[in-house]
Ligand binder design. Sequence first.
Ligand SMILES: NC(=O)c1ccc[n+]([C@@H]2O[C@H](COP(=O)([O-])OP(=O)(O)OC[C@H]3O[C@@H](n4cnc5c(N)ncnc54)[C@H](OP(=O)(O)O)[C@@H]3O)[C@@H](O)[C@H]2O)c1
Length: 410
Amino acid sequence: MATEQRPYHLVVFGASGFTGQFVTEEVAREQMTAEQSSRLPWAVAGRSKEKLQQVLEKAALKLGRPTLPSEVGIIICDISNPASLDEMATKTALVLNCVGPYRFYGEPVVKACIENGTSCIDICGEPQFLEVMHAKYHEKAAEKGVYIIGSSGFDSIPADLGVLYTRNQMNGTLTAVESFLTIHTGSEGLCIHDGTWKSAIYGFGDKGTLRKLRSASCLKPVPIVGSKLKRRWPVSYCRELNSYSIPFLGSDMSVVKRTQRYLHENLQESPVQYAAYVTVGGITSVIKLMFAGLFFLFFVKSSIGRHLLAKMESSSFTMTFFGQGYSHGFSTDKNKPNIRICTQVKGPEAGYVATPIAMVQAAMTLLNDASDLPKGGGVFTPGAAFSRTKLIDRLNQHGIEFSVISSSEV
Ligand SMILES: NC(=O)c1ccc[n+]([C@@H]2O[C@H](COP(=O)([O-])OP(=O)(O)OC[C@H]3O[C@@H](n4cnc5c(N)ncnc54)[C@H](OP(=O)(O)O)[C@@H]3O)[C@@H](O)[C@H]2O)c1
């Protein structure tokens, strides 16, 4: 990675945004706890110098480190000015891109990074953007030897790495996983900021483009190993969690499937089928949900300032994975799966606490454990990029905890 010749090892782009300020704070926290010798020179970037200074001052106050603003560089960069993007990219080895919605703002950043030999990690949850970037830029990124890694926030590190963790913990071959996301909102309810909200809405509104893109790509289907995973009804009861569930509409399915394709095609690993659901509670919640239409319209309202921060403090998430597969020596042909495993990923508030942790630990893995990444660079999902790294250990140490709940032969 091009760290030696460049003034910064990483730059947080969009640091003045709602999520960007927490990512900035998380980088600062990470650097404070690192050994003096392994601290990295870093900077924040965005369109307004004043806003960026304010973000650093706020983080300095929160972390009790008054010298922070003088230790971190500031780069002025606007998406509508390609020269400023090039300049940012040439100054660093890695860009943490927090400027969204990515379908509007993401591509120029990916392009500038690749052209200038810079890696990039984003927290995009928009499958259409992620899949288009892979189709358009994978080869170019590989030629340049840079890593473009999307969806490295709550969307979709817990799901993608959760499936890999489940596979690694199974005593045999994992063939299918269902995940159930439960958001614990506390008394304050769930929170989402305007920029994140818009990204979700545009993501959902763009399913047609995604369908066309997939059918145009003519990819060979990934083989199904063992019994085919049956899709649940739009509303189904999960006995183990004592809750109704509905399909999860975020980017997790798209990301996990792409990871499984990559691992199968490039590393000859046995592919895992996957389906993602979100728990909605008891029958009363299901009825309310039917009146509300989309589940998030029911739960979610955009709100600002202190109210949003109060909601963040009382919120957390649990993602439960139910996996099935075949013990060593037990054939996957015609036989029913004979082992089951249940694992969990638990963490703090998803959007603005877990997301910065996931993004910053992905960045630390990229910068520090480069020899465990796929050789040569490209556009990757988190699971494809980090399957052989210690990212799960890093996340465990930073409050996103992976654990085995049960494992049994049936
Ligand atoms: N993966 C996940 O789980 C997850 C979680 C949270 C957020 N996100 C994603 O993160 C993204 C940001 O969300 P947010 O709520 O933080 O949004 P936000 O508060 O609106 O922040 C947007 C940021 O983009 C910057 N920006 C906008 N236009 C720009 C331009 N032309 N040039 C340079 N910078 C520009 C803004 O700069 P100014 O301050 O100068 O306006 C601001 O820093 C969204 O796509 C969201 O979906 C993902």
